[in-house]
Ligand binder design. Structure first.
Ligand SMILES: *[C@@H]1O[C@H](CO)[C@@H](O)[C@H](O)[C@H]1NC(C)=O
Ligand SMILES: *[C@@H]1O[C@H](CO)[C@@H](O)[C@H](O)[C@H]1NC(C)=O
Length: 372
């Protein structure tokens, strides 16, 4: 017996209702759509415990190049634009983002001040309270690398070699690394006194701050942002000032609280802790800071320390230092120069120095002598 047309119509109508119900965006109360104000990325996990152990399965370094400046990319002058172009041309698979003072504030708001972790909110608030632009610029790069990961590089750098080949030639690959660091200076300390690395201007060794690569939420970067926030609070307390009143800071105070000295100290502390936790301290290199210096001082080839921290020898990022005339220290002639740092350092002219010697072109306040 044929089905009446009215029944077919009813079936068709019910089917249509069913299709619409299952395919249109749901307004069912049991599946609420997120409020438009909800964060679009998952919140950062809480900082890891004080354990400094990493494993080789830690996340890889994202293919993202970060820079920071006071103005956006389209306002950069010809020199800066040509340097930026080297990064984009040699690394076509990498994304690039330049944070301005204003967009950095939004970034810190999103990744730190809104974090579920009280410690990250506190660290972010140290950054937000700062007004000195150099302290802020130094701190920001570490905060970006911890929260997002990628390659941070100063505007006064050029890329000379594709990032994915930076470990070449060595048995390591960039894909093995959770952090990649370059050496700024590694002159052999006088009388082999490894402690002299603490003296920034004399004979030093240390990691450079102009180009740093890291996986997101790497425990080394967590150690760095913790240390820098602590240094800044200590600097302000020592002067009896608020973080926002840190104006006339000395050159050495910048270097020690947020700059390469602070960075190197935090990295050395992290690697020494990792060695201790992983039983490396008993090896011939020795324990603590001295053991770290013995692993990465005077490097001629790339070296992996603390599980996944790849240290490139001095020529990779400091070719002028590697080729200096006095012939001290490592030269690492066998490795590529991967980054050129043009050492603009304009900020030094408005920060006092304490070494009793005027930097070239000094137009700032009178040099303060004999304080150290
Ligand atoms: C380009 O801008 C940078 C940063 O502001 C500055 O240091 C440099 O002197 C400028 N170069 C020229 C050629 O204007
Ligand atoms: C990073 O440290 C170097 C000193 O090695 C300094 O010249 C440079 O200006 C620093 N960068 C910033 C943004 O402070």
């Amino acid at each position: 017996m044929p089905v009446p047309t009215s029944t077919w119509r009813l079936i068709a109508l019910l089917s249509l209702c069913f299709i619409l119900y299952t395919h249109l965006p749901s307004t069912h109360p049991s599946t609420p759509t997120p409020s438009p104000r909800a964060p679009t990325t998952p919140p950062l996990p809480l900082p890891e415990s004080s354990s400094t152990t990493t494993t080789t399965s830690s996340p890889r370094i994202p293919h993202k190049i970060w820079q920071t400046w006071h103005t956006p990319t389209h306002l950069l002058n010809a020199t800066d634009t040509s340097r930026l172009t080297t990064w984009l041309t040699l690394n076509p698979s990498y994304r690039h983002e330049l944070l301005t003072d204003t967009s950095a504030a939004t970034y810190i708001q999103h990744h730190y001040l809104s974090s579920p972790s009280a410690e990250l909110r506190e660290i972010g608030s140290v950054y937000t309270q700062l007004t000195d632009r150099i302290l802020k610029a130094d701190f920001l790069r570490y905060l970006i690398l911890y929260a997002s990961g990628g390659i941070y590089t100063d505007l006064d750098t050029s890329c000379l070699f594709p990032i994915h080949q930076w470990a070449h030639p060595s048995k390591f690959s960039m894909d093995d690394a959770g952090v990649v660091l370059g050496i700024e200076s590694d002159r052999e300390p006088v009388e082999n006194d490894w402690r002299l690395y603490r003296d920034y201007r004399a004979r030093i060794w240390g990691f450079n701050n102009w180009t740093i690569a890291s996986a997101a939420r790497h425990p080394l970067m967590l150690a760095v942002i913790r240390a820098v926030a602590k240094n800044l609070r200590g600097l302000a307390e020592g002067k009896g000032k608020g973080l926002g009143e840190l104006g006339d800071v000395f050159y050495k105070e910048v270097i020690d609280s947020t700059g390469p000295r602070a960075f190197t100290d935090a990295v050395v502390g992290f690697v020494a802790g990792w060695d201790e936790a992983n039983g490396n301290g008993a090896k011939k290199e020795g324990r603590g800071e001295e053991g770290v210096y013995k692993q990465v001082g005077l490097l001629e080839k790339s070296k992996m320390v603390a599980g996944d921290v790849l240290v490139l020898p001095i020529r990779a990022m400091s070719v002028l230092e590697a080729d200096r005339n006095d012939g001290e220290g490592a030269r690492s002639l066998g490795v590529e120069s991967v980054v050129r740092h043009w050492s603009e350092g304009t900020w030094k002219a408005d920060h006092f120095v304490i070494y009793g010697e005027k930097p070239e072109g000094w137009k700032g306040a009178e040099v303060v002598k004999g304080i150290d």
